[in-house]
Design a protein around this ligand. Sequence first.
Ligand code: G6P
Length: 609
Amino acid sequence: MCGIIGYLGDKQAAPILMDGLKRLEYRGYDSAGVAVLETSIHSSLTKSERKVDDLIAKIKANEPTGHLGIGHTRWATHGKPTIVNAHPHSDCYARIMVVHNGIIENFAELKAELEGKGHEFTSETDSEVIPHLVEDLYKGDLVTAVRQALQKVRGAYAVALYSHDDPELLIGARLNAPLVVGLGESEWFVASDITAIIPYTKRVLVLGEGEMVAISPVGPVVSSLDGVAVDPKIVHVDWDVSQAQKGGFDHFMLKEIQESPEAAANVLRGRIGDDGAVHFNEFEASDAELERIRNVKLLGMGTSLHAAMIGEYVIEDWAGIPAKADDASEFRYRRPLVGEDTLAVVITQSGETADTIMGMRQALERGALTVAVTNVVASSAAREAQGVIYLQAGPEISVASTKTFICHVISQYLLAMRLAEVRHRLPQERVAELVATLRGLPEAIRSVLALEPRIKELAQKYSRYSNFIFVGRGINYPVALEGALKLKEISYVHAEGTSGGTLKHGAIALLDEQFPVVAICTESPVREKMVSNVHEMAARDAPALALVTEGDRSLDGIAADLLVMPPADEPASAILNTVALQLFAYHVAVALGTDVDQPRNLAKSVTVE
Ligand code: G6P
């Protein structure tokens, strides 16, 4: 997730681009850049490998003049955050300037094809193929060349671009990534979201999937990528800047939960073939190296430890390798049995959690093959591990992790499939089922997000209790732990998670009519066991809120409340149930009036022991 902005109008472009980038910084902030057309043969290009403020200082020292320009603040996916990789990118003659947000899945083949034709690339990014493709296809009509170029691109993009050949033309296009067009008085904007342009205009043209806009001084023209004219949809937004940053939601946490379908699509993008073969760009361990693995250690803290526990479950189940999720703060002070036949999977959203990093070093010292799973490019974990699996979820601002947990879990599914592939452990039909499950996740998550009104109603009802137990079994046991963690983190209500089997060994003593239980009873091989657990809880008068699969009547009249979930297989259920519990925690916290995005005493990234 990056932030992009473009401007064409009667004012100076540079100050507007800088201002817009500053407000888009929450979308990515590891490097930034701006291009302004100064004359029809020269663009001023300014880049920084640091945050937007550094870029602004550079631009102010030598401010370009011109009325057409584009800018970008980056959240790296392909290539490190360096000047060379910072956007805008251009063609061989620096005439076509492009900023891009998204992931181009077929960039390697497009790049090879273009290099074969003599194009010279300077960066490691996937984005750089766009200006070269446009250059290659340009025959005097920029709009047509852009359209043809984008037809060759597979993946996700929001782009803004201009060319020296058309000094009064700004083009924007989008597919599976957001882009809005702002309509001012004699000025036009394209931007990743309304935040960037809200001080300038509240009239916004909403670009649909697979549509492009060509803006000239006579105004914008919208068309599909097939060249069919589209009637522009213009809306008036009345958000202030802070609402706009949160996408109109009251909190970043809710916005980030709502971004889960997009994040799930991004973590899968380009990583799984139709045959189920898994490929990780930055973790290129060979089949031979992976065959040598005899045990897997998964390290993490907090939410990431829960993702590690799900990883443990699927790696053992699918790949048949002994796996163990470990609290990194304990692991680092033990003398763990780790050696050259160990794969250490280091799960950390920020890539900076002190205990997790120390655990990783311990594993590295003992000769383990180490892969970091993180959302932050070039973070400490990413730099020190031998391989990296990036979550590609975009920045997460709310302290409580939501969309990155979903991506962590999906990355564990992919890793388990990769390990299973090397060992030929899963029959092809099972692999095909898993591929279908993974690909269906964005849509399935959307169907859970649609349950929000019901979840809110339940949360308001349950917000009067001061204690909760979350119960699950199998792959949904870590989900129960995560549900409890989310609730206590943001609502300050005491909540603990337990496995269904453990309940009888202690926690059941707590139950009475004032002590509710959230029970995950969706379809799975252990569903009936969970149903029995709910009977035991109800017998102790504990109000049970049970998550059940649509059509399942077995807890009617037993559980105090049912949350009916869409049908899903077990791996998908872990994700869907998590999203439901995230929404539940969120609405309990809102009902209690806590500081949802910055809960007391907690930090997003715990860089001390
Ligand atoms: C803190 C955060 C949690 C997070 C944990 C691990 O406790 O508040 O949300 O799960 O750190 O963070 P990491 O960046 O390593 O995933």
